[in-house]
Design a protein around this ligand. Sequence first.
Ligand code: GLU
Length: 297
Amino acid sequence: MPYIGRFAPSPSGPLHAGSLVAALASYLDARAHGGTWLLRIEDIDAPRTVPGADRVIMRQLQTLGLRWDGEVLWQSQRDAAYRQAMDALAARGLVYGCACTRREIVENHAALEKARGARQALLDGERPYVGTCRNGLPPGRQARAWRLRVPPGEESFIDRWLGAQRQDVAHAVGDFVLRRADGLWAYQLAVVVDDAAQGVTDVVRGADLLSSTARQRVLARLLGARPPRVMHVPLILDPATGLKLSKQNHAPALDLARPVEQLGLAWRALGFGPIAADTPARFLAEAIPQWARRYKG
Ligand code: GLU
């Protein structure tokens, strides 16, 4: 099967040292496999999208020598595709409206824990949804969000970086949101619909998204798509705070006066030794075969 990879940044700001690690790993993996590397701008979360950040990211990638193949896809233009997927799931009775507020979700789960007499380890600090509206809305309440009826069972897969993984989505997450209370499409739905539509075979991204993978596999299968292989690469932590470098934590933008240096830092963060090169193109020409020796096949 031909390899199709993608880099899918959210344009909430310019790329920083952390997002470059994910971009570089995904680029190298695609090139090492002789594959295609797509760029998808994940701008469905309008309140978090910074106007012009998509163009900045594209310029940054070009300066770093990370050239994508084909046309860029903007999620903000994919409304019809998300709606169609949602309708197809709804037609099979797999979607329901949910009236719960965030507070009710927390309270209902806490009440369930109490009744069970046992605490549950939380995934990403989030309370799972206990299915309050699964069999119909409480009288007098209106649907806010739309949720997927998650089938029972454990999801297991191999992560090419982290090894064997498993998650019981129904238990750890519960029926998750496809369309948010603010009317926006949820990240999980958009990413699965687009990966399927673009024929993505391989996802290489930051380890913060590992916990979403099982959900995305469940959803892909329900939509008749084959879940892509995955590789979750390490996050860069801010030495000062120990938190993940991210736009929310105000990570500085990359210094593009020194692209080779920035590539070198990301490369070292991926566990490789230094490469002496004077241009991004020469750097990448060295890095691709090294990556292939370690991660191809
Ligand atoms: N847009 C997501 C982010 O920037 C990445 C989605 C993905 O790679 O699946 O965090």
